[in-house]
Each structure stands twice: as structure tokens, then as C-alpha cells.
Design a protein around this ligand. Sequence first.
Ligand code: F6P
Length: 321
Amino acid sequence: MEKKRFALLTSGGDSPGMNAAIRAAVRKCISMGIEIYGINHGYRGIFEKDLRPMSRYSVADIIQRGGTILYSDRCDRMMDSDGPAEAAQILSEYEIDSLIVIGGDGTYKGAEALAKCGVKVMGIPGTIDNDIACTDSTIGFDTAVNTALDAISRIRDTTNSHNRINIVQVMGRACGNIALYSGLAGGAEAICVPEIPYDPDEIAQRVITGKNKGKLHCIIVFAEGAGDINALCKALEEKTSIETRQTVLGYTQRGGSPTAFDRILASTMGAMSVTLLSQGEANKAICLKNNKYISTDITQAVKMQRVFDKSIYELAMVLSI
Ligand code: F6P
């Protein structure tokens, strides 16, 4: 049987757990006698021929590390009409017949384009945003929620000492899941997400009602895609006459040691990507759906729209009265 050679890359915004997925894919390949190359800097590394064989030592001592040892970058060349064909040609020159990509929706779109050029691809959902609809969880989301929650708990202390409002902005692009989950877990008085328009007057009323009931502080978790945090901060201070501050968590959510959940998710998906490719399955996206690991057609995965879970939002509002 001819020797198989796979390749692996990470692309888009990095996320905690990507290294655990890399480690699992490499070691699963080694256990099956399959060569695997690591491509640096996402799809850009294909065009720059920046790739190298991976050994078990290449992935030693990385399961606990945030970030990605293969680096990550955006790649404009892949957006050109002839970019994917050129990338496919370069991969074939290295006798690489299968490519595992770890990233978000943009990464999946690149993989889909390569599949159309004959490359066998397998997608692993790696992004803190949790905005890939075909899977219940993306690698890095749980860690980002816990990072945000740790910050919210710290901010809660000082907000309580000074009887203030603090609006905490989290990442997520156009998806409100980090805000939703960290807000519920952090006991936020209000959560602003892109999926549900918010009314500053309604929030101000919630704050005043809470204060009249004896609440000494107010935490509002604000998804970056929900709107203008500065405008809301100003409006709430004017409408409630309570000192209002804001905290933007930014890139702290993109790093840090992955949680056990993300390490297990990443390790399982990394190994599964190799198993499926070795069995001839290709052009799929690996998903965790209702606690089961499945694969779905990558073209379908790219098209699927995530359904916002309004029940979690409503629960958070009920519990924070
Ligand atoms: O997609 C992950 C993410 O962290 C988003 O939540 C955020 O808006 C974006 O990446 C930031 O992108 P960049 O790293 O290119 O500044």
C-alpha cells in the first residue's frame, strides 16, 4: 500500500486548544504509519512552501499551551480565483493528498475551494467564537468563556466596592455566544448580543429597579458585535446617575491554557480527522453534535446558519432580577 502523506494547518483567529488538536492529529498519524507535514502560517504557508515533516517530538509538551505552534495568518492569495488551484498544485508536488485544516468559517471556505481542486480535506472547528453552526462547540470557546468569566468575577469585586455599573466587552464577531455563556455564568444583570437589539432605556430601568431592591453593583456583558459600548456607557450614566465604567477584554480571550473540555474536544477531533481520511472519507467538517462526534459535508457546513439559543438569554435575564 503506497505511503500516505497528510498535511495540517491552522488558520484564522487562533484559539486555545489548537495545539491539542495538532498534537492529536500528528500522533494519530504516527500510530498509523502515515507521514504528516505541518504547514506554517495557514494557507499562506502553502504558497511560501513553508512546511515540514512532524514527529512525535514536534508536538511534545504542547497540549497545555494556548496559541498554535503552526502559527496562523489570513491569506489573500486563497481569495484569488486561481489561488486554490495553485495551492493544490503545490501540495501535489509534495505528494500530499490530504489536508487537515483547523480554524473558523473562513478556513472552511478555503478548504472547500481546495476540495474543488481535488485535495482531500477535513475541517476541525477551531475558533473562540463558537459560530460554526454544524457543531455544538468549537475548540477554544469553552476556554474563552472561562477567561471572560474570571475577568467578570474580578470586575464584580471592584464594581461592588464602588457601587458602579461596569460594561464588560467580549469577543465573538457577529456571534453573541461568549457574552451569553459568560454572562449567565457570571450572573450579569444584562447581556447585549448582536442577535437581539437592546434598548438603553430598558437596561437603565433594570439597573434602577435592581438598585432600589438593594443591588450594590451592576455587571453588563457586551458582545463586541452588539453595538457601541461607549454610547451605552454614556447613556447609562446619564439615565441612572450611577458611575459607569467599561472594560474591553480583547485578546486575553484568545490565549491561555485550554480547559480540560477544550483539550478533550481538540484531541478527539484531531485523531478523528486522521481516522476518517485514512478510511477514504474526505471533504467533511468534524462536529460535536448532541454529545456525539460526527462528520458533515464541508460545503453544507459552510452554508449552515447558527441558530441563536434565546432560552439561555431569557434564563439569564430571569435569574438576574
Ligand atoms: O474570530 C476570532 C476573533 O477573536 C473574533 O472574536 C475577533 O473579533 C477577531 O477574531 C479579531 O480578529 P484579529 O485577530 O484579526 O484582530
